[in-house]
Design a protein around this ligand. Structure first.
Ligand code: ZN
Ligand code: ZN
Ligand code: ZN
Length: 103
């Protein structure tokens, strides 16, 4: 089942959230549509807490969910290695669940 949600990276504004002064900079996650299509079932991305933004500080979409803020997910078990945070001790995505927080 596909589901259309508001693009979390630009909050549906369709613009690149980090380059508001340029009218031609479309959000690269939703391609300037303000919406992204997710495959259900899905869960909020643990690595970026659903913001779609890379928590490592770079002005780029989350490397785990690609900026969509959610990941397609069948399983429902919290990752034992990161305890559902999606992060390793070094701040990079958990190697076991790849940053999704569930397995
Ligand atoms: Zn967007
Ligand atoms: Zn994410
Ligand atoms: Zn994990």
């Amino acid at each position: 089942m596909a589901k259309t949600i508001n693009c979390p990276f630009c909050s549906g504004t369709k613009k690149d959230p980090f380059d508001l002064l340029s009218p031609i900079s479309h959000c690269l996650v939703c391609n300037g549509t303000g919406r992204v299509v997710m495959e259900e079932p899905m869960k909020k991305c643990a690595f970026c807490s659903g913001t779609g933004r890379n928590p490592l500080g770079a002005r780029v979409p989350c490397i785990v969910c690609g900026g969509k803020g959610n990941n397609h997910f069948e399983g429902n078990t919290k990752c034992l290695q990161c305890k559902g945070t999606g992060k390793s001790s070094d701040g990079l995505p958990c190697t076991r669940c790849k940053g999704k927080g569930f397995s």
